[in-house]
Design a protein around this ligand. Sequence first.
Ligand SMILES: Cc1ncc(C[n+]2csc(CCOP(=O)(O)OP(=O)(O)O)c2C)c(N)n1
Length: 595
Amino acid sequence: MSLLSKIYYPTDLKKLDVHELPQLCHEIREFIIEETSQNPGHVGSSLGAVELAVAIHYVFNTPYDQLIWDVGHQAYAHKILTGRRERFHTNRMYKGISGFPKMSESEYDAFGTGHSSTSLSAALGMAIASQLQGDHERHHISVIGDAAIAGGMAMEALNNAGVHQANLLVILNDNGISIDENVGAMKDYLLRIGKGQPSLHTRSNFFESFNFQYFGPTDGHDVIELVRQLKEIRNISGPKLLHAITTKGKGFKKAEEHQTIYHAPGLFNKETGEILDMEPPGQPPKFQYVFGRTLIELAEMNDKIVGITPAMPTGSSLNLMMAKMPHRAFDVGIAEQHAVTFAAGLAARGMLPFCNIYSSFMQRAYDQVIHDVALQNLPVVFCLDRAGLVGEDGATHHGTFDLAYFRAIPNMTICSPRNEEELRDMMYTAQLPGAGTCVIRYPKGRGTMKDWQKPFKALQPGKGRKIREGKDLAVISLGTLGNSVIEACSALERENISIAHYDIRYLKPIDEGLLHEVFINFDKILTVEDGTIIGGLGSAVLEFMADHGYQARVKRLGVPDRFIEQGTISELQRECGYDIEGIVRNAKFIVQGSK
Ligand SMILES: Cc1ncc(C[n+]2csc(CCOP(=O)(O)OP(=O)(O)O)c2C)c(N)n1
């Protein structure tokens, strides 16, 4: 019988002899490979953190001791050891367990994560809370990667922690890579000390100058040695950091060799490591690819254009420009706030930055967009990737707030393409003189056009268009959901319901002429958007109606006012009621319900 099959909780783990732990780690690794080969997830980071998870739960008294996994994509071994092994096959699935730590899922998940570099602040807060509550025994542990520790929040927390005598242990899980190659001066520094002699104390190091006691560098895959060191460190009070050197993808050859691909590879063959691309050939391109290719074309025409990504070159396809024009494309690390103000600086000196940030990570840099870009009316083009519901990554990663949070800011142009051609034209239009601060939001995944590389056309910012005439109801949509509306209209036509369909294209400035036409001709209106219904397109239409004294029955479809968990995008759109069937159902209800 395997060791793992006897382990449900850390109490079972603690019954093992320390010399059995390497075998257990081996079994956990096999389990993760087996499971993720059939049900995609974050493979490389989790394989690299197996020994850390085992050693921490073996030594510390979780869940009394508080354990936080930064980003949380490396926490599969932790989940498996804390009551979720038998449910792990539902990882990232609709109604299954979350791919990230989540307080409501387990008492062992001391703090929910998903966005990077939060764990030090949270662990410090918990440690200070314990102090205030007179609890001096409890440990507060953050496990953080070498890319995440260079994020602004982590640096702020290090600075703050150094002046407290709180019971904080930072375990730096240093695998030398982010999703793509790690970047920045901190990476160079970690590489230097990582190569240093593995003694317990390294003098005059960065962390010691922040009043942390530094331990390491140590082999993060030697579980017996990790246990010994953690037991020793456990007895030392105050802020301390253990620097563990690990390998991303450890124990699975292909994952070690192709670390970027194996960050989240999708389905793969667990014997050979071959990636199994299930999509039939000849599909339209991903919006991400269209962005990457189009930016190069524009940059070749306009020498002011530069590209910026905070740590997502492959995900966003900015890697294409980085390869072709290395001096004009920048990966600034996990640093969304810096990315935005860095763009503002470039723009203030005459450059034209295309700053590509995933919609949900852009939440980090809201003030920078207001204070550093929009207030100064600087020409920066924000390309918001992964806008709308993103699927399996779940609540931490859905890009559902950007329309609402950007619409409130003066000087912004906000638009969303319905297809690849429009994405290209919106990017082209945004770099024309006088375009100002622009946001172009587009979803994860593929569009609908195979023949997308058409010559650029300048659009008229603030101008929507009518896609279809009709008489019973007007549907106003934004972005790729317009394609669902088109299908819904065909279905409704078969039932003799006649729908007019307008694609607003620009949420801001909004096409007032189009809205007058809608309100003059229709008293039943449906709005459809891939974002929260509070503050986005539906709200803009309601505001317009109130401001102009129109009266109509307006139904808004979008993400309701609650956090949406993980699942496939279509499952989640169905839950929110704006999949094709939901649009049909709502349209019928408005038309027939009030007939
Ligand atoms: C604020 C934010 N920006 C970007 C990301 C996307 N992201 C997830 S993991 C990751 C790299 C993390 O690298 P590291 O901290 O070294 O951990 P590793 O994956 O190597 O274990 C990035 C950029 C994120 N989760 N949060």
